[in-house]
Design a protein. Sequence first.
Lengths: 145, 145
Amino acid sequence: MQLTRYTDYSLRVLVYLGMKTDGWATITELAEFYAISRNHLVKVVHHLAQQGFINTLRGKHGGMALARAPGLIGIGDVVRRTEPNFHIAECFNPTADHCVLGPNCRLKSMLNEANLAFLGVLDRYTIADAVANQGLLASLLPGPK
Amino acid sequence: MQLTRYTDYSLRVLVYLGMKTDGWATITELAEFYAISRNHLVKVVHHLAQQGFINTLRGKHGGMALARAPGLIGIGDVVRRTEPNFHIAECFNPTADHCVLGPNCRLKSMLNEANLAFLGVLDRYTIADAVANQGLLASLLPGPK
DNA sequence: ATTAAGATGTATATAAGATGTATCTTATAT
DNA sequence: ATATAAGATACATCTTATATACATCTTAAT
């Protein structure tokens, strides 16, 4: 059981932005910092902007910043809007479900409850919580331009 | 976020065995009932036997049965022992972790807490709970030989 | 001895996910 | 105005995890 790297990267982008004192960054800067594919990050950033988590600006001196204070961005919310699906078992996916047990099986409701518990925990935290020890993290960042 | 089909099938095998009044079944019977790959099921069954959830018998009139009463087989236990990993994010996998934030990031502990909550819910249920409406399920089964 | 069942190891196919390439659009500094 | 630095978008490809298939071995009942 794992989240996609897409979701992982989404969270990391938001954490990074929460870490920066000026809150402003470019995709290239992020890709270099985390040493991950810039091309992939482009899509992550684009999606985060579509979902309203960040604001982006094209053109010279463009970049991105959090759209709200870090304390107002819930981790559960990010995961829910980023993870492609929560088809814990086959029966969660209407277009792929072939299980003959159907509604007679109680596994589905158990797994659903577990999934909600998972997200419920994440709903108790925000990006601000993830960045709590800002001092240490800041030391990893490149200095001010 | 989803469990592997391997885990899904493992649960279905146990549910099926819990459903049958005599508690005895063969791989072929299971593969036909669920209309899934027999070859894949072979491995699922083998693993369930290794983990002590079922007893198997080779040879003529062989097959499998639950090793304990359905009420003593916890769903969480099955999922934990069947799902190949719980690497919720990259940083959970020691051999693949490249994230520069390392221990300075609090996302990991949040995600871990969420994962434990997920399994915690499943720990409250057993195979017996999954089979609760035995009457309905029994009607789906082939009649006594 | 034969047969029906599971055990085991290896190989292959499939699908999802991650990444790469190319091109387009927008903003702004000069 | 124009050049340039950024993000936006579409498409192609590579990689890997997962699922499935195949072949052979082992065991037990008849």
